[in-house]
Design a protein around this ligand. Structure first.
Ligand code: HEM
Length: 494
């Protein structure tokens, strides 16, 4: 035996040892770990994680392994959490141990080592999130003044649509600019014209932050790839793009500091500077944390809502009877002489049902954001271990056939009971996540979606470019699901 080993070449021995270690790791899964498919050497279950068909793969794995299953990818142990009850158990009941973010390279690089809201954890996250929510409320969230600002942006948005004179066109960045202007007015106290090229460049960089970080996420699992020549992981490009955004934001902070007036704070940045002066500089109250928080609000607050508006237009083109019914309710409750307002919402059950269905079918963040495990935690009889990375599979609820019959059909009526009121199924639409990390911008986003959708349908009939050839409903998949570019016609109603 020893003789045979001595005659083997070093490469064969190396591969043999490597294979053996891998097998041992697969077999010696710690006791009580969630079940999951066996993987290949080195890459583990990378195939099952491929982003293009991740929703379909996870649906299949859930049928085989149940609500909690494990995937091993490179150096990472991922646990996918599925189903309404199990997700609630994990992120609400065990919120104290399962609300961290994983300690991965993308989160670290894009957040100056865990600054801001999205990537931070522990007390730092709590302070930054609490301060931010307070400042966002002070400058708009839930206020009448914000509704007026949104209506002004919508009026400009609708004028652009009217200028197309019923010709088919791509929405392009129009929705993105309108939505970005709303968050800009809260955060920076200013808006930008739709033809402002510098603003468009900034929005492009923010969009790239999502696109590049999706590509770069391979480095989370195989960190050594980072050191190969040619930026194969796109990490350098991600860091460069993020650096440009940071420097733009620092200019904004410097300008605010130069004109700061304690008696007249106008926006989120002023509120932060006021706190910084009152409490003194600290880890939380420093420019770096402000820059990353601003990036979080900008990126999370623009792409998500703008993408939802694009899905709304696409679904309304595919389901014209929904559009007609929606317009009828708007006519009955609001009429056609004034813009819809949030005061109308309680009387508009069909519209509310449409928005729930839009958030469900749009499914724009099917896997939410990754969570980390702070301490070993029992879930459904399995042990989630400190250091594991968790994927909250929101798709597993919103497309669950036992909750939503024929889940791939856009059907707002599924949310309306025999008494004509919402029937409670809307609680299963968990597009904004759940638990302590639930989306910071949910109330703003819901307000924007209601006002955009109702104003649009009130004034325009939306039609496809070619009735016999409808645009696809298959999404472009990055960290979010967005519609593929499509042309449509907006016919102004008399
Ligand atoms: C349709 C629109 C939106 C959807 C579907 C959405 C969805 C989500 C989801 C699924 C999460 C992850 C929750 C988790 O980690 O468990 C999240 C987090 C977050 N969202 Fe949103 N979001 C939307 C709009 C917005 C807006 C308008 C803003 C900002 C104004 C925003 C700011 C944030 C922030 C800062 C976080 C991180 C929260 C934390 O880590 O504590 N989002 N969002």
């Amino acid at each position: 035996m020893l003789d045979a080993l001595l005659t083997m070449d070093p490469l064969t021995i190396g591969l043999g040892v490597f294979g053996l270690l891998f097998l041992l790791k697969q077999i010696c899964t710690p006791r009580n770990s969630p079940p999951g498919p066996l993987g290949y050497p080195v890459v583990g279950n990378f195939g099952q994680f491929a982003i293009a068909n991740r929703t379909a793969t996870f649906r299949k794995l859930r049928r085989t392994y149940g609500d909690v299953f494990r995937l091993r990818i490179g150096s990472c142990n991922m646990v996918v959490i599925n189903g309404y009850d199990t997700l609630r158990e994990a992120f609400i009941k065990h919120g104290d141990t399962l609300s961290d973010r994983p300690n991965d390279i993308i989160f670290k690089l894009l957040s100056s080592n865990g600054k801001g809201i999205v990537a931070s954890t522990g007390e730092f996250w709590k302070s930054t999130r609490t301060f931010s929510l307070g400042a966002l409320r002070e400058f708009g969230f839930g206020k009448r003044s914000l509704e007026t600002k949104i209506q002004q942006e919508i009026a400009i948005f609708l004028n652009i649509l009217a200028d197309k004179n019923g010709e088919a066109f791509y929405l392009g960045a129009i929705a993105q600019i309108s939505v970005a202007n709303i968050i800009c007015s809260i955060v920076f106290g200013q808006r930008h014209d739709h033809d402002d090229e510098e603003f468009k460049r900034l929005l492009h960089m923010l969009e790239q932050e999502l696109v590049l970080s999706t590509k770069a996420s391979i480095a989370i699992f195989f960190p050594f790839l980072r050191y190969l020549p040619g930026d194969v992981t796109q990490l350098d490009a991600t860091v460069e793009n993020s650096g440009k955004i940071q420097s733009h934001l620092q200019d904004q902070i410097d300008q605010h500091r130069a004109t700061f007036d304690e008696e007249n704070t106008k926006d989120f940045i002023d509120a932060f500077l006021k706190e910084q002066i009152a409490q003194g500089e600290s880890d939380v109250l420093c420019d770096e944390n402000l820059r990353i928080t601003l990036t979080n609000l900008y990126v999370a607050g623009t792409e998500t809502t703008a993408t939802t508006i694009k899905w709304a237009i696409l679904f309304l083109i595919h389901y014209p009877h929904v559009q007609t019914k929606l317009r009828k309710e708007i006519g009955d409750v609001v009429g056609f002489g004034r813009f819809p307002s949030m005061n109308d919402k309680p009387e508009m059950v069909y519209t509310e049902a449409c928005i729930h269905e839009l958030l469900r079918m749009g499914n724009i963040a099917p896997f939410s954001l990754l969570h980390g495990v702070k301490e070993n935690t029992k879930l459904n009889g399995y042990t989630l271990r400190k250091g594991d990375t968790l994927i909250p599979n929101l798709d597993s609820v919103m497309f669950d056939e036992s909750l939503f019959e024929d889940p791939k059909t856009f059907n707002p009526e599924r949310f309306i009971g025999d008494d004509g009121k919402l029937n409670g199924k809307e609680r299963y639409v968990i597009a904004f996540g759940l638990g302590r990390r639930i989306c910071v911008g949910e109330s703003l986003s819901r307000m924007e979606i209601f006002l955009f959708l109702t104003s649009l349908v009130q004034r325009f009939k939306l039609l496809p470019e070619d009735e016999d050839n409808l645009p696809t409903l298959e999404p472009v998949v990055t960290l979010t699901n967005s519609p593929q570019e499509f042309k449509f016609k907006a016919i102004k109603l008399k």
